[in-house]
Write a protein that binds this ligand. Sequence first.
Ligand code: CNA
Ligand code: ZN
Length: 242
Amino acid sequence: MKKLIEAVLNAKRTVALTGAGVSTLSGIPDFRGPQGMYRNPEAEKIFDIDWFDRDPGVYYRGCRELVYGFEKFRPGPVHLALKQLEDAGRLAGIATQNIDMLHQKAGSSNVWELHGSPLWHHCRICGKSATFEQVCSQLKAGAEVARCVCGGALKPDITFFGEMLPEEALIAAQSAAIGADVMMVLGTSLTVFPAAGLPNLTLQAGGKVFIVNAQPTALDRYAAGRYPDLREFAEAVKNALA
Ligand code: CNA
Ligand code: ZN
């Protein structure tokens, strides 16, 4: 971990790419870790746009507790460490694949949400928007699927499989990755593209990539350093900035 911390302290521009692993420390299951949602074969349907249009109940049943229970989850040690790095002027931004809004809750200001978030929902028929709170209150009142006044299903602005990524966030994250001399890859299996391609942009531009993830990734052999433990990472950041 010493090499990673030294690189960050000496870098001109560091960016982070985060995945579901950083939020397992807050109690939110990931997809592909040992306790991940993909142990349930139905899980692949939950964030699939064709399934949503066929039966929005698949998403709402699968995410009732999780997404609409997001209020009860608190930022974990990695979210807090990244906020500290930003405050210390050591982190230019965070590209996240997460949809749980925990980086913002931790206070990080430069967050590119590559897979969107449920902060807003839109009607699949008329396009009208609804807030997270409006959807939560429908679900609390017993609705199986949150619906627009026109009767259409409300879909969260989360990028589902089969949809394009939010263009602005993707372009910002890509240019940050190209301009970074250090990229920290934290808690992601690096399997969902194009997000998983961001570290390649840093490598191609001559920057260094460090990976902190329990399971191996396809980029491990190109990494300047590779560590399994996200808690240890958060602790090392805290100590370095103390
Ligand atoms: P993933 O494929 O589930 O990979 C997560 C990785 O994190 C795995 O390789 C784990 O080994 C690793 N990991 C988990 N916990 C720890 C830990 N404590 N220490 C070290 N490593 C750990 O998730 P990705 O983010 O790579 O996949 C992208 C998908 C998952 C995105 O589309 C997300 O929207 C989606 N997702 C997001 C959330 C969330 O917002 N919190 C939760 C579940 C899935
Ligand atoms: Zn509508």
